[in-house]
Design a protein around this ligand. Structure first.
Ligand code: SF4
Length: 62
């Protein structure tokens, strides 16, 4: 599974970081970034949850 954050859409709410800090970090500019492109299997469920719960639908999972 691959993941990315669209920083044009991210509102910096931090829901993703709260749900999966192993994959998402908040940048100083206030936007989230995925620190890995390829999500480890152990974190796939948390990343899918973040995708669903992101208020601005900024998370892309493929
Ligand atoms: S939950 Fe969505 S809007 Fe909030 S920081 Fe993460 S990607 Fe950005």
């Amino acid at each position: 599974m691959r993941v990315s954050v669209d920083d044009d859409v991210c509102g910096g709410h931090g829901v993703c970081v709260m749900l999966c800090p192993e994959v998402f970090v908040l940048e100083d500019a206030g936007y989230a970034r995925a620190v890995v492109e390829e999500v480890p299997a152990a974190h796939e469920a948390a990343v899918r949850e973040a995708e669903i719960r992101c208020p601005t639908r900024a998370i892309r999972v493929q």
